[in-house]
Design a protein around this ligand. Sequence first.
Ligand code: SF4
Ligand code: SF4
Length: 357
Amino acid sequence: MISVMILGNCCIINHLYDLKKQILLIRMYLGPFSSKPEILMDSVIHQKRLIDYKIRKQVLSFPSCFQIQTINCCNGHCLMCPKQQKTEDTGEVMSKTLFLKILKEIVEENISHTLIHFYLQNEPFMDHDILQKIRLTKELSKNKIHIELVTNGTFLSEKVIKELRDITIDIFVISVDAYTKITYEKIRRGLDFSLVLNNINNLIKQDYRGNIYIGFVEQKDNFAEQQEFKKYWRNVARRSKKNIYPYITQLSNRSGDLNFFDRITIKNNYVKQIHTKFMHKLIPCSVPFLDFNILANGDVILCCNDYYKKTILGNVSSSSIKEIWNSPKYNHIRHLLINQKFHSLPVCKNCSHFSYS
Ligand code: SF4
Ligand code: SF4
């Protein structure tokens, strides 16, 4: 009897701790996004799913967070991205039929707080129809689905910027990663600093209505510029009276797929150390409980960090999203992760976010 009570209390304490951890994670990862209440609510709901799984041992029957690669291509060779190792950059564009099938399935489920990231290991604006796809998503879902887009900013031409005036992208991140041109060229190799800054300035001038997040992945080469970077973009926001936010994120080793990780990561990062050493021991990775990642050819990968496609869970051309999401293979992975058996999973065993070594 005593041991049952102790066990019960431990569970309650664990769940309370989970909740604290969820809030911390939300604050850590969302940063400026918390200024948008509906996006913050998306995240709260998504994280709640993980807690539900821990309590009820049951995953909800449909994902609420999607990453869709509409084109398998990128024009950059960034230092902190396995894409520069040219992992299968095939240029394949997702067929319209497949895109519509996916969208129809998501819209029909009508899950509240659904978020679609219209990028996955690519530069989304290399797909010339990307804005049309976003517009269609908003129309079919009656604006219920939220959209996130991360771009390197190269293709934000005047024509694209004009089109953007009629579209709401809920989270629009333009990656810059540097305050100076020298650092930019070291990190964002093959891309043009002046062009990107010019495009952002045009976007600001052209009355784009949504929030703009200027991305900065913290690493050795840009660490010293971080404060200047933040100051610069805050000043731009103040001067233009627009919602522009510097958005700092941590470097990932992309499930071990990034060759240069040890050379470019900041080892003495306090937040990262705490996160890696303690937090992941309390709660496992949330990705397989929330996210559904679809490549241009329809293959579903477990994690957006899996650049070498170590774990493919099915293909949405021949199966429905629901079938894949609820498959024994997916559930087995969830079971391993929730029990912290990261080492049994080829994708996760070397992941820097949740490494157990
Ligand atoms: S970080 Fe983005 S822009 Fe750079 S290589 Fe990777 S996918 Fe391309
Ligand atoms: S633990 Fe696995 S699923 Fe989670 S982020 Fe790392 S590689 Fe992805």
